[in-house]
Design a protein around this ligand. Sequence first.
Ligand code: NCD
Length: 331
Amino acid sequence: MPTTTWNRHHILSLADFTADEYNAVLQTAASFREVLSRRTKKVPTLQGHVVANLFFEPSTRTRSSFEIAAKRLSADTLNFAAATSSMTKGETILDTAKTYLAMGTDIMVIRHKEAGVPQAIAQEMDRLGVRVSVLNAGDGQHEHPSQGLLDLFTICTLINPENPRLELLQGKKIAIVGDILHSRVARSNIWSLIASGAEVHLAAPPTLLPKFFADYLTPQVNTDKFFTHWQLAPALENADFVMTLRLQKERMTAHLLPSLREYHQLFGITHNQLQWCKPNVKVLHPGPVNRGVEISSELMDDPEFSLIQSQVTSGVAVRMALLYLIGSGKV
Ligand code: NCD
């Protein structure tokens, strides 16, 4: 394991992550990726620790990925699903969290449809003076730090598999396309990509990329490297990587698009659109995918361009790294 100093107790957002922290995650994840390639894919690092996955909103890959990551580190895992829990009997979120605390939980991995819930639980744990760490696994439209970090790891390991580092993205052009307004993935990715020195181009129709969105980023963001477009072409032109986003219909409160077909015609990513990009461009998507809407089925399944499966694989190593960094030293 690389010798890194890590002082962060909770991981709630990437907004204030430092270059050293990004590199600690990337280097640690690279070590765990090596562990995952061994015949015995398990290490005793978090033996005796309890990791509780508190998912108040549906999830396939993030929840399973945190679970397998915790198991590969030999932690004991508790899985909670809101629909089958005592919340259906009126128990509050904080009381649910305190119940898991009383069972000896060391790390709470929390997903909720409302922004700020992981932070509220983290504050309550701090107020109680307990050494429980909280990891935000996606809160409303706010942030999804572990997804941002696994996207970063996927891209950096593609550029340099042996030594993935933040600086490798300096000067690269990265387009983020789609439902930016509702996307916590985009918000986390913007922080990490800007910190890396990449050029970040957002593209979406005005209803999904309102003018005020750019204000959200100031004052920390170096706006020389941050661009917004209401057309696809300028964002894709000479891009090295294209990050596509799901149309998050469950978060739309108004009719923001004429039709899915028109959206696909104007903003859907297909092999055709990639002609504007660099020849060796790669495409990412956090999943789940609406096939044929934000990305064509053919492109999604084309291993020459698509990094989607590799993102899922990277997710396990990155989440092992996060659990290790915040969890080791607790017992
Ligand atoms: C994302 C999420 O839930 O925020 N998916 C994921 O975690 N892999 C993106 C999405 O739902 O579109």
